[in-house]
Design a protein around this ligand. Structure first.
Ligand code: TIU
Length: 228
């Protein structure tokens, strides 16, 4: 089944059986006070707008039996996968690996590294732990996608101009058709969010397509009869 999604810069022919819903870094470390995002000096409340739209599409996507993939940015407890440039970057009092209110900042196994409760992965959904901003760098994401015959990605998560955009660019160069979820992405900087979305689909789709969650929900529910 192909669902026609009204999108920018033009309609996207979504084939859910060959598409993955990739939810990027919806972790406590970015969305809750006391984590990595806050340690970088950000107002974390800006990111919460993405939760509802992701949650709605997640329910419909799961009901259709389609592939969901979650990613998390973070490092091994011994920080052996944290390069010196990333560790040193910025003039902040709290750094990756330091203790915070949700455990060690951006370290796997710490509470802050967990995906927020609202979007917790279901059993069997792959969770990709990534040391970088892009979800393809130093991970098995591409192997998992190719193994399942995936050619299209719906990208959501945070932040629009950092991990979502880096992943969008990596995916585009690997030949995946990408649609970025307009209301299911967010940034600490609303103007960067808007610019990142505009950049994604400029030049008639230089990196891909952009559409709101409602466009996908309407299209897939009318095809499958799954109520939303
Ligand atoms: N700082 C910022 O905007 N983002 C990140 O560091 N990582 C992700 O975007 N996940």
């Amino acid at each position: 089944m192909i669902a026609n999604i009204p999108a920018k810069p033009y309609d996207f022919a979504l084939e859910p059986a060959r598409a993955a819903f990739v939810i990027i870094d919806m972790q406590r470390d970015f969305l809750e006070p006391g984590g990595f995002g806050a340690a970088l000096g950000n107002d974390v409340s800006h990111l919460r707008s993405a939760i509802g739209p992701i949650s709605a599409l997640l329910a419909a996507w799961r009901a259709g039996g389609h592939l969901v993939i979650h990613t998390r940015e973070g490092h091994r407890p011994d920080l052996s996968d944290l390069n010196a440039a990333k560790y040193r970057r910025g003039r902040f009092a709290t750094r990756i690996g330091d203790d915070g209110p949700m455990g060690r900042i951006l370290v796997r196994g710490a509470e802050g590294h967990d995906i927020i409760a609202e979007l917790a992965p279901a059993g069997g959904e792959p969770v990709i732990d990534k040391p970088g901003k892009g979800a393809f760098y130093a991970t098995d994401l591409e192997t998992i996608l190719r193994g399942r015959g995936i050619t299209q990605l719906i990208l959501a998560g945070v932040t629009t101009e950092v991990c979502v955009h880096t992943t969008l660019r990596e995916a585009n160069d690997r030949g995946f058709e990408c649609l970025v979820l307009e209301d299911g992405t967010a940034s600490y900087f609303p103007e960067f969010h808007r610019a990142a979305l505009a950049m994604a689909c400029a030049q008639d789709g230089i990196f891909g397509w952009v559409a709101p969650s409602s466009a996908i929900l309407t299209a897939i529910s009318s095809k499958t009869g799954v109520s939303i």
